[in-house]
Write a protein that binds this ligand. Sequence first.
Ligand SMILES: *Cc1c(COP(=O)(O)O)cnc(C)c1O
Length: 365
Amino acid sequence: MNNHVTVLEIDSKALEHNLNYFKQKLKSETKILAVVKAFGYGSDSVQIAKFLEKKVDYLAVAYTTEGIALRDAGIKTPILVLHPQIQNLQTIVDYRLEPNLYSFKILEAFLSLADRVPLINYPIHLKFNTGLNRLGFWYTDIPKILSCLKKTTHVKVESVFSHLAASEDLEEQDFTVNQINSFTYISQQFYNHLDYKPTLHILNTSGIINYPKAQYDMVRLGIGLYGFGNDYKETSQLKNTHNLTSIISQINLIDPGETVGYNRAFVAKSPSKSATIPIGHADGLSRRLGNKKGYVIINNKKAPIIGNVCMDMIMVDVTKIDCKEGDKVIVFNNQEMIQNIADISETIPYETLTSISQRVKKTLK
Ligand SMILES: *Cc1c(COP(=O)(O)O)cnc(C)c1O
């Protein structure tokens, strides 16, 4: 039992609101794949998946072990594993996970496994590189892929997909439209040469916002589910899902000239009051938030983080805040606070959310 007092509360009403917000942007027949990789963007993939199970068509994780966790928790929804390795393929089949096959090496390994078992019409997903240059086949690989597939009834191409490199950046519109056009060409080849139609998908969250015409049959919704669009306007339509809170462990009165924390980084100039809170950089709170760059909220007031962020604790200035040991501390409970932490940490909300470590207790409410 995790009784840790530092808790990430996942707001299920906000999740549902965000899902519906994106659904109403899309055609009613467009399928939704919810991306729950990296512990559901730093929360809890099992709790998120259980909540979304009946509301979405697909789930996706990055790695096989993440998919296993969902199956072990009894999740029955189809699960796409975005980045499997050859050594995981047997496990993928054992857990009825669906592999993204992105190179001949892994396609051939899966086909030979499918042959050996043998599998019948096992769903596979083929990823194409249209410009991100990360993972995927090239369009020039299509004839050889088709000839591999012609020889087998052990697998079925459940989907063909690609991933946009700069869907959030309207200055890269020409590049993105090119990616979409390449993907249309690729899809056509499969439509022409297979006697069934694989599901097609290319859009992530900001793709849905900026290029809804390219929704094809399915979209892959990640960060949007968790409350972030690609600009202030979109984000303001979404609700925050990740609420990180803790409590005050101890309050100290600090005399002028005394210091707080490692390296004596905070020096009290006048009589001060500090509060110690059980959350530190090992919980995912960046060290860059130290020395008054970041703050928490205690009894509706901002309490700046003083001195250095420790591994397991921070100290905040509560000189002017009426508070006592045991009082609630809000680390963040809206998108502005998360964006602010991301800005100070010189990163993006994706990293701020996924940094929240496994030590933090996660509860879906
Ligand atoms: C992570 C990921 C997504 C989700 O992207 P968001 O920007 O969070 O919506 C979609 N597709 C692929 C291939 C991914 O790796």
